[in-house]
Write a protein that binds this ligand. Structure first.
Ligand code: SF4
Ligand code: SF4
Length: 368
């Protein structure tokens, strides 16, 4: 029973199983209104700003970093019953927040005291990590996810402007050593781009040698001027080749890899869950066919630094928000009129707005 699911991955697996059996659509229709305990993945930006200007960034950074309102922290603690995974950092750099470790520690303590057993994580480029900040974050009791697309010095400099891999490497080594000593969760997320693809396998091997054991790789649609690869023609062969070598590497080591692939196991025309799982990260493969329905409004939300709640990072304009966490509890927001309308229209094969219409996961046709 999905209503008893505890982990976001098991939610997506459950939905994929329903898609294979042809019973996904009625299930989704029954869950336009989400239960009050539901395993959402919640991504939260506790700052607005970033020290980098990456090649692939889709964020609208402020000129000066703004911190989230202090009220966001108790609001998040109250929201955890609707959450299986809560990750801080999404479209902005969270370590710009000067009290981040202490706020995360308080959030973790409040959530655990209330009986929450979900995953609390921090997603960061790592470029602002010092040894002192690393120690404080590890003491906070959160899982650490590093955005590292490549360990090739020249490619890193072109992608993660103006940072450098040689400056970051000692911090990652220190973090990996300290995390292992404390038995803490540490992982890396990487985007596959034209800049990074030639170095992909070497990057994973180098990070694994440094002690990282879990990786998720994504081919993500980004700003039109970014140097992304499309999973077609020559690039498709190169991506498939790299993925095959990484699968072999994972089999011979203890690495856990989430790799991009098309949802080929689903029947044509099925209402297929296309987002939210490690093996459906490849937007360029799923986009042209538009074979399924976007499940994000059933599975995820993103909260910005001002408390506005959106289903995904493709939506950043206030008029597309479902509500504000500083004004309403998450349970009301995810079942408010905007959220229900998004689910109903996507289920009916119509895009609720221009963001969904342009998105590779959307149905392409905007509702009248
Ligand atoms: S680190 Fe993330 S938020 Fe900052 S510029 Fe790069 S992609 Fe954007
Ligand atoms: S289809 Fe809409 S809700 Fe789904 S990921 Fe795209 S923009 Fe977000």
């Amino acid at each position: 029973m999905a209503d008893q699911l505890e982990q976001p991955r098991s939610l997506v697996r459950h939905l994929r199983a329903l898609a294979r059996s042809g019973s996904l659509a009625p299930y989704l229709a029954d869950h336009v209104q989400l239960p009050q305990a539901w395993p959402l993945t919640v991504n939260v930006d506790v700052t607005r700003g970033c020290n980098l200007r990456c090649l692939m960034c889709a964020s609208d950074h402020g000129a000066t970093p703004e911190l989230a309102d202090e009220a966001i922290w108790p609001a998040l603690a109250e929201a955890v019953p609707l959450t299986a995974e809560l990750s801080v950092g999404c479209l902005h750099e969270p370590t710009l927040h000067p009290e981040l470790p202490e706020r995360l520690a308080d959030l973790s303590a409040a959530a655990r005291a209330a009986g929450w057993t979900g995953f609390l994580g921090l997603l960061t480029s790592g470029t602002l990590l010092t040894r002192a900040l690393t120690d404080r974050l590890l003491q906070a009791g959160v899982g650490l996810l590093l955005s590292i697309d490549t360990t090739d010095e020249a490619a890193y400099a072109r992608v993660r402007r103006p940072a450098s891999w040689s400056a970051l490497r000692p911090q990652v080594e220190y973090l990996a050593r300290q995390a292992e000593a404390r038995g803490r969760f540490i992982a890396a997320r990487s985007m596959i781009m034209a800049e990074t693809l030639p170095h992909l396998v070497a990057t994973i091997e180098e990070l694994a040698q440094m002690g990282l054991r879990r990786f998720s790789l994504a081919q993500v649609q980004v700003a039109p001027d970014a140097s992304v690869v499309v999973h077609r023609g020559e690039h498709a062969g190169r991506i498939d080749g790299a993925v095959a070598r990484l699968r072999a590497l994972a089999r011979s080591t203890e690495l856990e890899l989430d790799l991009p692939s098309a949802p080929d196991d689903l029947p044509d025309g099925a209402l297929a869950p296309l987002l939210g799982d490690g093996d459906v990260w490849d937007e360029h493969r799923v986009g042209p066919g538009r074979r399924g329905i976007c499940l994000v409004p059933w599975c995820k939300v993103r909260v910005d630094h001002a408390g506005w709640v959106y289903p995904c990072p493709h939506k950043q304009r206030r008029e597309l928000a479902w509500g504000n966490l500083l004004q309403q509890p998450l349970g009301r927001i995810v079942n408010g009129a905007s959220a229900r309308r998004d689910r109903e229209l996507l289920l009916a094969g119509q895009a609720p707005d221009d963001a969904c219409r342009r998105c590779p996961y959307g149905p392409g046709v905007e509702a009248p």
